[in-house]
Design a protein. Structure first.
Length: 74
């Protein structure tokens, strides 16, 4: 059962990869094809069901473009 849901404000993402580096379950990756309007590659989730809602990705994001929702009680 999934614990979290991650959403991104893709147009504000600069592709710094800090979220990818600090995700403890390693479900984030940089899409090498999809880009935002500024030309930065965006981050995507490989398997949302594996998200543990720890919010490490959101905490490490310098531009605050990530929202993590705990959906265990939803």
């Amino acid at each position: 059962m999934p614990k979290g849901r991650i959403t991104f404000e893709y147009e504000k993402c600069k592709g710094c990869l800090l979220c990818v580096a600090f995700c403890p379950v390693k479900i984030l990756y940089m899409d090498k094809v999809a880009m935002n309007k500024s030309g930065y590659n965006i981050i995507k989730v490989t398997d949302m069901d594996k998200c543990i809602a720890c919010a490490q990705c959101a905490t490490m994001c310098p531009d605050s473009v990530i929202t993590v929702e705990d959906i265990t009680n939803a």
